[in-house]
Design a protein around this ligand. Structure first.
Ligand SMILES: [Zn+2]
Length: 269
């Protein structure tokens, strides 16, 4: 599943090709995604592209009178084509631009979304989202305030979009390891110091992943490029039974809220 770093890398890869160009038209071959592709998108013509932004795992393509909101779902990906190429089975949406570039959306499982919104503050998919993890709004004070009454385990809590967006399952395990916090800890029991360490760890883990994504940009730009899932150095995730890279103790796995969790019983308390 594309995570926040992959979406941010996609944004950085796509933006130079389309921002400042004119969107000539959209081709929607298969409108049945997670929700039907918004009718407004199929009607767009000769629209200057003002911006390409990101909120959580949504890409926001800014036009004069509104936004195309794109979510990659479970298996979606976006590519820039330099020339027309016959679409394949899962190529559901194309945006065609004045410079000849085509933004092609491919999604075998069709859990993605293409929505039109004139006012982002009214968007049903955006309006309930918590702060961006790399923004100053997400800090230890915010984490402590929101956690004060939360009796749930810290692992599923930091994956809750109302607390902070973009902390997927892998990043949650890796951040808790880096912060030295056991994933079973009760959210409301985190100290000020632990909250500070956890916030810093979440930012560091995501930032590093985004930076590593930069190295995949070249692949991304090839028309036959693979999706930008990043092979990154993982300390605990997927390493059950292997020695901790810090202390040598064997990594343990378990489950929280139906998601697999990995931790070092020696380094995390
Ligand atoms: Zn360890």
């Amino acid at each position: 599943m594309p995570e926040l770093p992959e979406v941010e890398t996609s944004r950085r890869g796509i933006a130079p090709h389309i921002v400042g160009e004119t969107l000539l038209y959209a081709v929607v071959r298969h409108p049945q995604l997670r929700w039907p592709v918004s009718e407004e998108i199929t009607q767009l013509s000769d629209e200057p592209v003002i911006s390409l932004e990101r909120r959580a795992k949504y890409l926001l393509l800014g036009l004069r009178h509104g936004w195309i909101i794109i979510h990659l779902g479970m298996s979606g990906r976006l590519r820039i084509l330099s020339e027309e190429k016959a679409p394949e089975k899962h190529d559901h949406v194309d945006l065609v631009f004045s410079n000849g570039k085509i933004l092609r959306y491919t999604d075998p499982r069709r859990f993605g979304a293409w929505l039109w919104e004139t006012d982002l503050t009214q968007s049903r998919v955006l309006r309930h989202l918590g702060p961006e993890p790399l923004s100053d709004t997400f800090n230890a004070a915010w984490l402590m305030q929101k956690s004060a009454t939360k009796k749930i385990a810290v692992k599923p809590w930091i994956m809750d979009n109302k607390l902070v967006v973009g902390v997927g399952n892998i990043y949650a395990s890796e951040s808790l390891f880096q912060a030295g916090i056991h994933p079973d800890r009760t959210a409301s029991g985190l100290t000020q110091q632990e909250s500070e360490r956890l916030v810093t760890s979440i930012k560091t883990v995501l930032q590093r992943s985004i930076e590593q994504g930069g190295t995949t940009l070249r692949d991304f730009l090839q028309s036959d490029g693979k999706p930008g899932y990043f092979a990154q150095q993982l300390n605990v995730y997927g390493r059950a039974g292997e020695p901790c890279l810090q202390c040598g103790t064997l990594i343990i796995s378990g489950r929280h809220a139906q998601r697999s969790t990995f931790w070092c019983p020696h380094c995390q308390h």
